[in-house]
Structure formats: C-alpha cells, structure tokens
Design a protein around this ligand. Structure first.
Ligand code: ARG
Length: 598
C-alpha cells in the first residue's frame, strides 16, 4: 500500500468515527499540495460538510486532529479554508524511498502469459527512397510507444509494413536499367537506399524533360502524360512484375535488397527494431481476395469499367476505390490484406498504427472496411496519428534541398554533440572510442528527446541547435544529470562508502527538497500508467525533466559526500541512486541511452 492508499483508509475511518459517515475511497480527494502551501498532500473536505454539519475550516481542523492522533504517517497539518494540508513524517518518506530503491524494475509492470497482446506498426517505408525526418519522428514514437505499452504489462509485437511494390518502385528500377550502367552500392560506395532513391529522382528528371519535349511539340499536359514513353514503360514493368516475369522480379529483388540493407543500417543507428516485418508484395493479393469476397457478399459494388468500390455515404464518408478497372490493387487493398495476415498470425488484442495525420482519412476508412468485412477488431483499431516535423528554415538541407535525410541528420547530430562536448571539456581524458560513444549517445539523445517531448499530435519544428543545449528541457541536460549522479556514486565507492542494502529505520530529518524528490519518485508508476493510457511518450519525457530539475536544485543546495552526518550521507546517496535509476528507466522508455560519464 502506498502513502495515499494508507491515508485514504485512515480518512475513511476518521469520517466514520467523527461523523458516522461511511464513504468510498473514490470519494476521498487527495491531491498534491500546491507549491505555495506547507504540506505534501491536501484533502478537499467539501464533500464531507453535509455529514459534519460544520464549516469547512472546522471540518478540516477536526479531520486533521483525528489524523495526527491516529495515523503515524502524519507529522503535522494546516487548514486553508476547506483544504486540509497534510505533512507526511520523514520516517514515512525514508520507508518509501527504501522500497523504491530496492525495486530494480520500479514502476514497470511485468508481462505474464495472460497479458494482452498489443501490436504496434511503425516506420512502414516505401522502398523507392531513403528514410527522412518524418520517418525519424515515426520511428521514435513507435519505438517509445512499444516500450511504454510493454512497461504497462502488455505483450508487444513491433511490426512494420514495407510498401515494396507498385509503380513508384518500378520507376526507380526502370531508371536504373536505363541510366545506371550497372551501378551497385558496393562499387559506388553509396548506401543502397540512397542509391535507389537517386534513381527515383533520375526517373522524375527524365520524365519531366520528356513531358516538356512533348508539350513543345504542341501536346497538352494531359496528352503528354498519356504519351510519355518512359511512364508507359514503367507501367509495363509493373504489369510484368504482377505477372511474375522472372527478369523483372530478379531486378526488383536485387534493388529492394540494397534498400533493405540501407534501412537496416539506419534502424540500427536509431536503435529501433521490429519483431515481424510484413511486405506489401505478400499481402496485396490477400487484400484483393478479401475485396472480391466483399463484392460477392454485396458489401461493395462494381462500376461499368470493372473497378470495385465501397459506398461509405451511410458512414458520412464518400465512395472509396478498392480495385482499379484493370484489376490491380490500391493502397487500401494492401492494408486489408496486411490486417488479415496479422490477425491470422497473432492473437492481437489491440492494433496500433503509427502513421502521420495526413492519413487520418485512410485509417477512418480502413476501420469501417475491416468491420464491414467481418473483422470485428476493425472498429477498435487505433490510429496513432502524429503531426509533421520540419527544420527551422535554411538549416541542414539535404542533398536535394527539400526532404531532410535521416542518415544525414543522425550524422550531423552526432558530429555536433562531439563538437559541443569538446568545447565544454566533457570528453577530456577519455579514449577516442569512449569519446565517440558518448558523442553518439548525446547526439541521438538530443534528437530523440527533442522530438519525443512534444505532444505527438502537434506539428513541430526540430531545432538541432536547441536540442543539443546542455541546459534546459533537453536530452543532454537529463543525460548530464544522470552522469553527474553516477560520478558521485563512483566517488562514494572510491572513498570506501558502502551503500546499505536497506535504509529502513534510518533516523534522519529530511528537508522539504528531499521529501519533494521522494514524492516525485513516487509518482513514476502513475506517470508510466498515464503515458500508456494516453499513448503519450511526451508525458514520460516531461516527467524526466521535472525530476532532474528538482534533483539539480537539491544537488546545488546540499552536500552529499561532504555531509558529516553519516546517516544523512547514506540517505542522500540512496536518494541520488534512486533518482538515477528512475531517470534511466524513463529515458529507456523513450529509447534514449544514458552515459555513465560525460
Ligand atoms: N508506406 C506508406 C507511406 O509511406 C505508409 C504505410 C502506413 N501503414 C499502413 N498500414 N498503411 O505513405
């Protein structure tokens, strides 16, 4: 039982003794005491006035006196109008810290055989170009969400749907055949996904040139587009791909292979991973089958040209294309097939799609279509919809000057972290390898934290310079505080100070700051729970910041190793160690590493 629960019990007993009123725990409103008042927890007494038949002040006074007499947790109290501010005894805080300190997985609910299974889809790139800044936000959110759902006692399966087929993939392939001269990642030293992306750009360039040629010869834009030899060739390639033409399939497998090794490298650098990867090339036919089944059952209809549609006007939406006139599938068809396979493969209790908010409509439709097709889980699918991310104008433009490449961004961040740390002398005395590792941890920490501290639904600007500031609400600030605590603990060990396995019963008088820190540590399990319920990594990020801010004030105001009272020294070391642990766990839930020194 935690402090709140114990207090609740005593308050219920008190109300019964004082006024003969029986209340439920849910009617006892205990909140954290506001900063401007003395105390830790505040009881709102207004709901009990009918029973007490006294003024709010008198009622609060009587309950306060009862608690001081009968509840050892309470050291003192004060009354402000109908609010009873309760001060918890130092001994109770020490006991609480002792419990927090002993629990290696504090705040984390363990997963058992009977835990619900949550599948989280994230990343989900197309194989015609490398990952960009938008994917970075997606990957970070998806990975953090997976950690948070797991910490809330769910089995988590991280999945990815790779959109590996379609006209856009054929464009890169065709351009490579035409203009590539057999270029390979090995021979050119280019990362595979970048190489393929370059041919996607090359296709576009040649296509545009062809269009202006045709238009110069007097064609309208539409005519030019219809007559483009290049585009027609790409379409023919797609038809051949669908027919399983061995040559086209071999080229496709080769180029996608290059892309996958490129993606793997980016994922590895970002520290994200997947338990199961689905490929559109394996799921789109399933989707087609399901759509045809739906057509037979009368859920969908066929137009004269042979295309298949869903009429969603009853649901307040419009008509949605499911199969083209030539029988080829569209984006939605693939998603139906992918969903079916996933639910065949796993006993999924909850399906979460981490996909940008430009696809809100798509997922609204998908949910209805799955439901119509008889998948009852369709209705309850969660679209974790996040906003756009941009850079402050002019900064860190990528090669093409438009999208920000993920690999470039990571490299810049790690480079800047190294420069900044060097300037601050934080890497002095370290081996080159150690220094590189710290720069990597700090650079990525800056990037990840800056993105994850923002409410995912909001559009945001990623400001590289601000993100890497060693002060303020940043990853490096939190990492630095962690490293500082670890350094204090190392020094303690060097000085031969043994951290006791338990501080239970330690008689120390605590200051408000210390009690406040323990109270903040005690919030952690509720913070993890809230983050899981709201699907909100930012709740964890901002909690971690509040915690280190409080700790730094404490560190500034009090001595630890130089404290003369041995009990107090031991207490403060235990407090510091616990803060470090909770910082590490919080950052871990965000997929952010913390360095032992920096
Ligand atoms: N590959 C798609 C794109 O780049 C995103 C896929 C999102 N996931 C899904 N199940 N539809 O737009």
């Amino acid at each position: 039982m935690n402090i709140e629960e114990k207090l609740e019990k005593s308050i219920i007993a008190g109300l019964s003794t004082l006024y003969g009123q029986e209340v439920l725990a849910s009617q006892v409103q205990l909140q954290k005491t506001k900063k401007e008042f003395q105390g830790h927890l505040t009881l709102v007494v207004f709901p009990f006035l009918r029973a007490s038949k006294k003024s709010p002040e008198q009622t609060a006074q009587e309950i306060g006196e009862y608690l001081k007499e009968n509840e050892p947790l309470i050291a003192s109290f004060n009354v402000i109008k109908g609010f009873l501010n309760l001060t918890i005894a130092s001994t109770a805080w020490v006991e609480l810290l002792d419990i927090i300190h002993a629990d290696e997985n504090y705040g984390i609910i363990s997963v058992t055989e009977n835990s619900p299974l949550v599948m989280i889809e994230y990343s989900s790139p197309n194989t015609n170009k490398p990952l960009h800044l938008g994917h970075v936000r997606n990957n970070l959110l998806g990975h953090a969400l997976a950690c948070i759902m797991k910490a809330n006692g769910n089995k988590v399966v991280k999945t990815n749907i790779v959109n590996d087929r379609g006209i856009h993939i054929c464009k890169s392939m065709l351009a490579w055949v035409k203009y590539g001269n057999g270029e390979t990642p090995d021979a050119s030293g280019k990362k595979g996904d970048h190489l393929v992306g370059d041919y996607y750009v090359a296709f576009d360039k040649h296509y545009k040139a062809e269009l202006s040629d045709l238009m110069a010869k007097g064609m309208s834009k539409e005519e030019a587009e219809a007559n483009s030899a290049l585009m027609n060739e790409a379409r023919e390639m797609l038809v051949k791909w669908e027919a399983g033409d061995p040559e086209v399939r071999a080229l496709w497998a080769k180029m996608n292979g290059w892309v996958y090794s490129g993606f793997d490298e980016t994922y590895r650098k970002l520290g994200v991973s997947f338990d199961k990867i689905y490929y559109e090339s394996n799921t789109y036919l399933e989707g087609k089958e399901k759509v045809l089944e739906g057509l037979e059952k009368g859920f969908f209809y066929k137009k004269d040209d042979g295309s298949v549609w869903a009429d969603l006007t009853n649901e307040g939406l419009d008509h949605k294309l499911l199969l083209r006139a030539d029988g080829t599938s569209v984006y939605m068809t693939q998603d139906i097939g992918t969903a079916k396979l996933r639910f065949d493969d796993y006993p999924i209790d909850k399906m979460i799609y981490v996909v940008g908010n430009e696809q809100n409509y798509h997922f609204q439709v998908l949910s209805i279509l799955l439901d119509k097709l008889g998948f009852e889980w369709g209705k309850s699918l969660v679209h974790f919809s996040y906003g756009m991310v941009e850079l402050p104008e002019g900064k860190m433009k990528s090669r093409e000057g438009t999208v920000v490449d993920a690999d470039d961004l990571i490299e810049e961040m790690v480079g800047t972290a190294k420069e900044t740390s060097n300037e601050l002398g934080k890497l002095d005395g370290l081996t080159a390898e150690e220094a590189d590792n710290i720069a990597r941890i700090v650079g990525l920490g800056a990037l990840k934290y800056f993105i994850l501290k923002v409410d995912a639904r909001k559009n945001m600007t990623f400001n590289p310079k601000e993100s890497i500031d060693f002060n303020g609400n940043t990853g490096p600030f939190i990492q630095y505080t962690y490293a500082r605590i670890r350094s204090v603990l190392r020094k303690a060990t060097e000085a031969g100070i043994q951290m006791a396995s338990s501080i239970s019963g330690l008689a120390v008088d605590l200051t408000e700051k210390e009690e406040g820190l323990i109270q903040l540590l005690a919030d952690f399990p509720a913070v993890v729970k809230q983050a899981g319920e709201d699907y909100s990594p930012s709740i964890i990020a901002n909690y971690a910041y509040d915690l280190v801010k409080e700790y730094n004030q404490f560190y500034h105001d009090f001595s630890i190793l130089r404290e003369e009272n041995e009990d107090l020294k031991l207490f403060r070391l235990t407090l510091s160690d616990s803060v470090a642990k909770v910082v590490r766990l919080s950052m871990g839930l965000l997929g952010i590493e913390v360095p032992e020194r920096m």
